[in-house]
Design a protein around this ligand. Structure first.
Ligand code: F6P
Length: 353
């Protein structure tokens, strides 16, 4: 801890409600330990362009309840190249930054590894509405996004009910179906389509027909994004096949904004404080994760490999090269995640009946 006098904090990738709560926790926890905090604006681009400012406790007053990120966020191609990274590290050194906490998703953690490997200790905090950091049960922003979706779908339900319609609703999540599944269950969806599991379109049609025949007046079908115009196509097919007038709604970026829920403020605070504690204790290249009720850390490379394995992005050669014990552990982890999704998927259909 004596080695650390100043740390940097940045947000990168898609913003998420609760990122501000994490920033606040990081600033306050560090100051509490006598360590200064530099806010790095616009993610990794701000590191390269030297867009940084020392943050005092007052700079984070009242941001816990604000959506978005006060440090702004950006995607930065230049940071992928050695020259960009070296520029970024030189700027951090110039400001006396001894370590960095990067809040974001997968791409943000790749950047964190690049910095750690080049001698600047860096720790990741998961911030993404998608909740798609496989190693962590939770990523900051997920709960608020789901509540936003449920709120909007309650409104769609009202108008569907009045007009005896069906609404196909496409929600965000990149390739992950967590938002679609949970918000679908909470909105009383008739069917949910996600990328992780096969979708039985005929069963969906039969269900809608049966629901209509039983006197039901409104129908919601959730589709996770990541399949081009599948949602629009499904909308047309539902109308043709069932005779129910059907509309399509892509909820889009509205899901990324808004006042963070208690869950997001709370978890962001826990994760931010943990990141400071770990960085000052000498940890580097780790990501702060939630497992059950615990806030833990995983090596970023390990976490990213689990992520890739879960998303079928590891080649056979890469899998074969893994230590057998590590491989078994990772496979068990991925199975556990898929089992969780499958359980929710079954629940969604069970309660729609
Ligand atoms: O990762 C968050 C997310 O909102 C995804 O759900 C979505 O696919 C993507 O970002 C949209 O990215 P952009 O803001 O660049 O359009």
């Amino acid at each position: 801890m004596e080695n650390f006098k100043k740390i940097g904090v940045l947000t990168s990738g898609g913003d998420a409600p609760g990122m501000n709560a994490a920033i606040r926790a990081i600033v306050r926890s560090a100051l509490d330990r006598g360590v200064e905090v530099v806010g790095i604006y616009d993610g990794y681009r701000g590191m390269i362009e030297d867009n940084m400012k020392l943050l005092g406790s007052g700079d984070v007053t009242n941001i816990i309840s604000r959506g978005g990120t006060v440090l702004y966020s950006a995607r930065c191609d230049e940071f992928r190249y050695e020259e960009g990274m070296q520029k970024a590290i030189a700027n951090c050194r110039k400001h006396g930054i001894d370590g960095v906490i990067a809040i974001g998703g997968d791409g943000t953690f790749r950047g964190a590894t690049d910095l750690s490997n080049r001698g600047l200790p860096t720790i990741g905090v998961p911030g993404s509405i998608d909740n798609d950091i496989t190693a962590s049960d939770y990523s900051v922003g997920f709960d608020t996004a789901m509540n936003t979706v449920v709120d909007m779908c309650d409104r769609l339900r009202d108008t569907c009910e009045s007009h005896a319609r069906c609404n196909v609703i496409e929600v965000m999540g990149r390739t992950a179906g967590h938002i679609a599944l949970r918000a679908g269950i909470a909105s009383g969806a008739s069917a949910v389509c996600i990328n992780e599991l096969p979708f039985d379109e005929e069963a969906c049609m039969q269900r809608l027909i049966a629901e209509k025949e039983s006197g039901k007046h409104s129908f919601l079908v959730f589709v996770a994004e990541g399949n081009g115009d599948f949602g629009e196509q499904l909308t047309k097919r539902i109308e043709e096949r069932t005779g129910i007038e059907t509309r399509f709604a892509r909820l889009g970026h509205v899901q990324r904004g808004g006042i963070p829920t208690l869950e997001d403020r709370f978890t962001a605070t826990q994760m931010g404080a943990k990141a400071v504690e770990c960085l000052l204790a000498g940890q580097s290249n780790v990501v702060v994760c939630k497992r059950g009720n615990d806030i833990v850390t995983y090596d970023i490379n390990y976490a990213q490999n689990i992520d890739r394995m879960y998303k079928h992005k590891l080649s056979d050669e890469q899998i074969a090269a893994l230590d057998p014990a590590v491989r078994a552990e990772m496979e068990a982890f991925c199975k556990m995640r898929l089992d969780q999704i499958t359980e929710l998927y079954n629940l969604a259909y069970e309660v729609a009946r």
